[in-house]
Design a binder for this molecule. Structure first.
Ligand SMILES: NC(=O)c1ccc[n+]([C@@H]2O[C@H](COP(=O)([O-])OP(=O)(O)OC[C@H]3O[C@@H](n4cnc5c(N)ncnc54)[C@H](O)[C@@H]3O)[C@@H](O)[C@H]2O)c1
Length: 410
């Protein structure tokens, strides 16, 4: 029996999400591929179908509308839509649980739903970040169900908010469980990526996790240096500026700040779990990065009676100039402050929440302002005289206001 051919070249499963939607748009426009978005989130798909991205991605909406008007994008919430589509790209979430262990159920549930419609002529491309060994185990699972579907793992390494540009300028790591699967995935990604880097699946799985864990460890180093220097009574910014000046070997040392979001800690913890809890550097990085809000609150408690203090947190997204608040440490900061009795105001330039106030209301209604994320809009913000500011990024102009010196109480 010949297989019914689909009108689409590629189906992005989880295509309404942060990784899936930009990929679908780039494949449809830059790759000239007819792309089908399959997702269980109907409101997000409706939004995309109306030409709006459900979240901020630089240049994304322009390309989305171009793809829609060219008839290159389709939408379906029905898993049978993958039938006969040559490439099925999986971009569903891969979270960790309360024990910091990977939750693979989202991937396995997703594959179970697709199973009846998969054929041997298709290629499944895993693009979600997965625990080492998952790609091979997926191949075994499909074989146990009598399927010879080709399986590839091709990780996403772009930075959120810049995906549209970065997908087409960064090298793409491609791996497959068989040479045929690898070749098939190379053909797909050659349509959009400038360079292909070939690996075997477990190398590629490790490579992706290491990219994020390395960044997380770098941020932890920066945050630890910051906390130590501040606790010694120094202005860390002066230390950092001085040590970096005309000194190339320190050029990559990041500044301090909240290191959070849906990927960095999660992927570090995936490596930690994979190494049987022996990835100590990753564990310590988590303790340092997650400890930064506590450090800030301890400093405030040494100076203020928090039950009498209004604290404004400026910026709730996990990263500047995007609207994604997933796993943002600004919320953890707010929670600790409230626990100690402070009245806490939240504001964000992009993320929408009926409980948030405008940045102007926040600066006028707070005794202390803590910058949670350095959105560009804060560069112009006028801070009233007498208001104390804690701004690790030095993004807010503090003409009248005072940048609060931080020093851990002994
Ligand atoms: N966000 C990033 O910047 C980024 C970067 C690189 C890699 N990743 C990885 O990519 C994966 C996805 O992350 P994300 O941020 O896009 O998550 P997301 O939650 O934004 O998107 C996942 C999408 O999958 C959909 N979905 C869930 N189960 C489904 C199913 N069974 N069938 C169809 N759709 C389903 C959800 O509705 C959602 O729209 C994760 O593994 C993540 O670690 C994310």
């Amino acid at each position: 029996m010949t297989e019914e051919k689909s009108a689409y070249d590629v189906c992005i499963v989880g295509g309404a999400g942060h990784v899936g939607a930009p990929l679908a748009v780039v494949m449809a426009t830059r790759g000239n591929l007819r792309a089908l978005i399959h997702d269980v989130n109907r409101p997000a798909m409706d939004k995309l179908a109306s030409g709006e991205l459900p979240f901020i991605e630089d240049g994304g909406e322009f390309l989305l509308r171009r793809a829609l008007s060219a008839g290159m994008l389709g939408f379906s919430a029905d898993p049978s839509c993958i039938r006969g589509v040559p490439y099925v790209v999986i971009t569903v979430g891969t979270p960790i649980d309360e024990f910091n262990n990977p939750v693979l159920r989202l991937i396995t549930d997703c594959i179970q739903r697709l199973l009846p419609y998969l054929s041997d002529s298709q290629t499944i491309v895993l693009r979600s970040t997965v625990f080492p060994g998952v790609t091979e185990s997926l191949a075994r699972f499909l074989q146990s169900h009598g399927k010879e579907t080709k399986i590839a793992f091709c990780p996403e390494r772009v930075v959120q908010g810049q995906a549209i540009r970065e997908i087409t300028v960064l090298p793409q790591i491609v791996s497959g469980t068989t040479p045929e699967a690898e070749e098939s995935a190379v053909r797909l990604f050659s349509r959009i990526a400038p360079t292909i880097v070939r690996m075997v699946p477990q190398e590629a799985e490790f490579a992706k996790l290491i990219c994020n864990a390395y960044r997380y460890v770098q941020f932890a180093a920066a945050n630890q240096f910051y906390m130590m220097a501040q606790a010694a009574g120094l202005d860390y910014q002066r230390v950092l500026d001085g040590l970096k000046q005309d000194y190339p070997r320190a050029a990559t040392l990041p500044g301090p700040g909240f290191a959070a979001g849906p990927c960095l800690m999660k992927d570090t913890m995936q490596l930690f779990a994979f190494s049987n809890n022996r990835f100590m550097l990753g564990q310590v990085a988590m303790m340092v990065n997650e400890g930064l809000p506590n450090f800030l609150v301890e400093n405030l408690r040494a100076r203020y009676d928090l039950t009498q203090t209004r604290v404004g947190i400026l910026g709730m997204a996990f990263k500047s100039d995007i609207d994604d608040t997933r796993q943002s440490l600004s919320y953890k900061l707010g929670k600790i402050l409230r626990f100690h009795g402070a009245r806490v105001l939240y504001s964000d330039e992009f993320a929408r929440d009926p409980t948030f106030v405008s940045k102007e209301e926040l600066v006028h209604g707070s005794d202390v302002i803590i910058v949670g994320v350095p959105h560009s809009a804060y560069r112009e913000l006028a801070i009233p005289d007498g208001v104390q500011v804690i701004d690790l990024w030095r993004v807010v102009p503090t003409r009248g206001a005072a940048q609060m010196p931080l020093r851990m109480a002994s």
